[in-house]
Design a protein around this ligand. Structure first.
Ligand code: AMP
Length: 209
């Protein structure tokens, strides 16, 4: 069973890896960021509450994220495993996750800060299918359009420099302590996130075993 958590700072490439590997392993890629962005787009009560926190680069309150995560984990396709991307993000969320479902392996991605900043500033995403592009290293075939569905690509508001600084600080203060949490449980598999998506994917495959 593959019940996998991807841990790492914003811009490290977790989402790209999770989406490709999810397809390869036949398990869903569950991104709490994507779930929250859908709630914001749908203007649901939860989305309205999450929106301001997200735009500023802060964490959304734990109870809201847990609600959305439980609902998603309860759907049939997650019963045979999943790749969790963006959850947990603090010790309280890690404890909450342990109470819902056992985790088999935690892959942690590592990249120098300058590379993270460059990747975030150059990132463009498809709001329809969540595909991720990079203006320099992974540009779309037609400028500004998603290769899969032709949707106009967007620069996420929280990928702008002011919010990026906050997100990196939040990661260092609240999420990085989880490395120790999972190391202590013998679940942590660190992966070097430098290089092309294919190179990183080969390392992740080895880490998962
Ligand atoms: P991401 O797409 O993972 O970078 O998430 C984008 C934003 O959604 C984050 O900056 C947070 O505001 C919010 N978010 C995503 N996952 C979580 C989580 N597990 N806990 C709190 N906020 C989250």
């Amino acid at each position: 069973m593959h019940r996998i958590v991807f841990l790492g700072p914003p811009g490290v490439g977790k989402g790209t890896q999770a989406s490709e590997l999810g397809r390869e392993l036949g398990i869903p890629h569950l991104s709490t960021g994507d779930l929250l962005r859908s709630a914001v787009a749908a203007k649901s009560p939860l989305g309205r509450e999450a929106e301001g926190h997200m735009a500023a680069g802060r964490l959304v309150p734990d109870d809201l994220v847990l609600q959305i995560l439980k609902e998603r984990l309860g759907r049939p396709d997650a019963a045979r495993g999943f790749l969790l991307d963006g959850y947990p993000r603090n010790p309280a969320q890690a404890s909450a996750l342990e109470r819902i479902v056992p985790i088999d392996v935690v892959v942690s991605f590592d990249l120098p800060k300058e590379t993270l900043l460059a990747r975030l500033v150059e990132r463009r995403v498809c709001p329809t299918c969540q595909s991720v592009y990079n203006l320099t290293s992974q540009p779309p075939r037609v400028a500004g359009r998603c290769d899969r569905d032709g949707t106009e690509l967007v620069h996420r508001p929280d990928d702008r420099p002011e919010a990026v600084e906050t997100r990196l600080r939040v990661y260092a203060e609240q999420t990085a302590p989880l490395l120790e949490f999972y190391r202590n449980r013998g679940l942590l598999r660190p992966v070097d996130a430098r290089g092309s998506p294919e190179e990183v994917r080969a390392r992740v495959r080895r880490a998962i075993g």
